[in-house]
Ligand binder design. Structure first.
Ligand code: MN3
Length: 198
């Protein structure tokens, strides 16, 4: 099954001022599109043409770096667009995921601190995550396109800390981007939906 670029689930200008239309135009139309285009070229002849995207990610990890990088970034970005919403943030968090964060991550404030620290502390390009592993939430960080799937975990929330995600709006100030993102854009209803399916 070939990869396809999904439409953004909102207008390009709807996440401003926290993420500009210009950032989303480059990030979605150019960067994500490139992962789709290159991933489809590398999928051909890989033996994984009929696998699900999750299986392509897991099976290419450590065996086919080119395909893995593009397929994993395709997977990460499909969710990244849905992990954001114009009316996001703590106020929209469903109670089930709130109590799971309380019991596993020491509450919202500590989870926020640890998630922001993971994002700021990821050297170079990568992602910070809240993932479910063995029934428990964990904060993780990964380099480049790597994600929790290849570490036996299910990603529930992830933030892109590649410079293309914040350089237009925040220049080099990655921590400012992370704070604005976490406090204003996180779509906790989508996190809760992924948790209920995990
Ligand atoms: Mn990106």
């Amino acid at each position: 099954m070939s990869f396809q670029l999904p439409d953004l689930p909102y207008a390009y200008d709807s996440l401003a001022p926290y993420m500009s239309a210009e950032t989303l135009e480059f990030h979605h139309d150019k960067h994500h599109q490139a992962y789709v285009t290159n991933g489809n070229k590398l999928l051909e002849g890989s033996g994984l043409e009929n696998a699900s995207l999750e299986d392509v990610v897991k099976k290419s990890f450590g065996t086919n770096a080119g395909l893995f990088n593009n397929a994993a970034q395709h997977y990460n970005h499909i969710h990244f667009w849905k992990w954001m919403t114009a009316k996001g943030g703590k106020g929209t968090m469903p109670s089930e995921i709130a109590s799971k964060i309380d019991s596993d991550l020491g509450g919202y404030d500590k989870a926020r601190d640890d998630f922001l620290a993971a994002g700021a502390g990821q050297f170079g390009s990568g992602w910070a995550w809240i993932a479910l592993k063995d029934g428990k939430l964990e904060i993780m960080k990964t380099p480049n396109g790597e994600n929790p799937l290849v570490h036996g975990a299910t990603p529930l929330l992830g933030v892109d800390v590649w410079e293309h995600s914040y350089y237009i709006d925040y220049r080099n100030a990655r921590p400012k981007y992370l704070e604005a993102w976490f406090d204003n854009l996180v779509n906790w209803e989508y996190v809760a939906e992924l948790y209920s399916k995990a």
